[in-house]
Design a protein around this ligand. Structure first.
Ligand code: EPU
Length: 419
């Protein structure tokens, strides 16, 4: 089992290139199945989740060939409709095959994802969406089986108890491209990854209006063709490096980072006292020794993202005063708190609130990563902790951060992967 070793105390300086977005690439890869010709995706991050999705596409009969950061998807052989448990259990986004298989084959069989380290992760909204388009859905032996002799456009309200659902919006968009007539998605997710999918589908020839808004209008049954497309930069990777610069009081230029996707993170960092400025070609983040505590409310986009909650907490852990972090999306996303406390942090949890009392210093310790973003947060804490932090279970990290230890090392961190 590999681990990440970090010795804290280095000030990060220099430039880092932000990779393509994992959560934008995954839906776009699935959408490429709907074309009548191959698509070429560029700026694809080299991550285990991308490899898993490529495997899902192959299981469905298509070809998916990755060369460096370019991925060619040829949907010519796309004639199967089952996503097996082995793949879905390692990556929930495999559920996107539901929409794609229904659109092209009128049938989909996808293993039920189940819960995970951050929460229950229901798919009721995905199922409600495709049912309203005319699919008959049954659940048997741990699989969702959806069938539709004909998909028909409908008006679908997609908000759940915690706001809109990114994944359900993706599935309904994919299925609606093949539905007869017009589909209206009300309360669609407006996360940039959905906007990216809409742009990709429209580039393929789909007719979707309302890009970037919570009301998407899809005119179905257009002929879709493969396209060449470059994926947007990863806003969560960018946000993670912003905190890395802030927590080490460094000076880092994030090349390719998109300011428009990081407004809430930028605002919060500025409130804490970090300097964040847009520059041609990227965002410069400068830290200092004079930070103030801040309350962070996690909300659907454009609010402060849940995927940055653990990372901002690593910073607040060493900011004098009391900060309160409220998680509203995932009910179990505080597992990193217990590990940070083992490093000397003073954080208590009261239901969906974490009360962070800033401490003068953290000390390195062996810690266990519970999910992707928690892994990154523990590395961030390790960057300022005295001595060595050994982050274990880093297979989570490899799902979503391309060469994070190499990128941090170039910026001056004392970090390495050890066996
Ligand atoms: N929800 C329902 N019913 C559903 C679907 C979702 O109630 O059918 C609820 C969820 O329980 C949650 C909320 O709606 O409370 C939002 O869930 P959403 O469906 O938007 O999440 P997702 O599509 O499963 C994506 C990202 C997550 C990110 C969330 C929120 C991907 C592959 N995953 O998940 O990213 O936290 O949106 O932004 O895009 C990560 O990258 O580390 C990660 C977990």
């Amino acid at each position: 089992m590999q681990k990440i070793s970090v010795r804290g105390g280095k000030v990060l300086k220099g430039e880092v290139s932000i990779s393509g977005s994992k959560n934008a690439t995954l839906p776009v890869m699935t959408a490429a199945l709907l074309g009548e010709s191959p698509s070429i995706l560029k700026n694809v991050p080299l991550l285990n989740d991308i490899k898993t999705m490529a495997e899902v596409l192959r299981k469905l009969g298509s070809k998916a060939v990755m060369e460096d950061h370019q991925l060619k998807i040829d949907p010519a052989g796309f004639n199967k409709f089952e996503a097996p448990y082995e793949l879905v259990k390692t990556m929930r986004a495999s559920i996107y095959s539901l929409g794609a298989c229904l659109a092209r084959q009128g049938e989909a069989k996808v293993s039920l994802p189940g819960g995970c380290a951050i929460g229950a992760r229901p798919i009721d909204l995905h199922l409600k969406g495709v049912e309203q388009l005319g699919a008959k859905v049954t659940i048997e032996h741990g699989f969702v089986h959806a069938k539709a002799s004909k998909l028909k456009g409908a008006t679908i309200y997609l908000a759940g108890p915690h706001g809109p659902s990114l994944g359900a919006t993706v599935n309904v968009l994919l299925a609606a491209t093949a539905a007869e007539g017009t589909t209206v998605i009300e309360s669609a997710s407006i996360e940039p990854e959905v906007e990216e999918l809409v742009n990709f589908l429209n580039a393929m020839g789909a007719s979707i209006e309302g890009v970037g808004t919570s009301r998407l209008v899809i005119t179905g049954k257009k002929i879709l063709k493969g396209v060449e497309y470059s994926v947007i930069p990863d806003r969560v990777e960018a946000g993670t490096f912003m905190v890395a610069a802030a927590v080490t009081r460094g000076d880092v230029l994030l090349k390719n980072a998109k300011t428009g996707h990081l407004t809430s993170v930028t605002e919060k960092l500025r409130q804490i006292g970090v300097s964040v400025e847009a520059e041609p070609g990227g965002i410069r983040v400068k830290g200092n020794g004079n930070y103030k505590p801040a309350d962070v409310m996690i909300l659907p986009y454009p609010g402060f993202p849940t995927d940055m909650q653990a990372q901002i907490m690593a910073l607040l852990a060493i900011v004098p005063g009391i900060s309160i972090v409220t998680e509203t999306i995932w009910e179990n996303r505080f597992m990193h708190v217990f590990e940070m406390n083992r490093m000397g942090a003073d954080i208590t949890i009261d239901r969906s609130h974490a009360v962070v009392k800033g401490v003068a210093k953290l000390t390195g310790a062996p810690v266990m990563a519970s999910d992707l973003r928690a892994s990154a947060a523990l590395i961030l804490a390790g960057l300022v902790a005295e001595g060595e932090t050994l982050v274990q279970r880093i297979y989570h990290l490899d799902r979503g951060y391309e060469k994070i230890e190499e990128k941090l090392s170039v910026l001056g961190a004392d970090i390495s992967r050890v066996n």
